[in-house]
Ligand binder design. Sequence first.
Ligand code: GNR
Ligand code: NI
Length: 168
Amino acid sequence: MAVLPILRFPDQRLHTVAKPVDAFDDSLRRLVSDMAETMYAAPGIGLAATQVDAHVRVIVIDISETKDQLQVFVNPELVSASDDRKVCEEGCLSVPGFYENVERPDRVRVRARDEHGQEFTLEAEGLLAVCIQHEMDHLKGRVFVQYLSRLKQYRIRAKLLKQDREAA
Ligand code: GNR
Ligand code: NI
């Protein structure tokens, strides 16, 4: 197990489109395990492989208080989304320190496989629905700041680049 480095916006690698997983093997299970450790260490409630510079369709989520309810989604596909939408204040481990409202469908149905290749379908609402959609966006190369105004995106980009310069 290893804690992996997390790419920070505006790193262009965050805009890579992830490829489907084709082998449910030990290397996939190692990635899932490292992603879980990285998410728990951060700490965060979700992580997409894109964020650790692995451009395959893998997501880990744990929204439990007790941090012992890991959910793994390999090759997730959106089956349906509700017409009703909800606003939630979102944050992202790749955009540290920024929290902004994003509106998304309130409920989603997702089909995916676990790390052993077992297929399942899940209906999610509330925070889990938000998190699944946020992570599936990462797999498409999309970061939540892209839902904000150009001005907000520009300010977030400038502040994070300044922090990177000062840390260097
Ligand atoms: O830890 C996270 N919290 C969070 C809060 C509200 C909406 C989405 C999220 S996901 C985020 C972890 C992350 O960046 N996943 O990609
Ligand atoms: Ni994120």
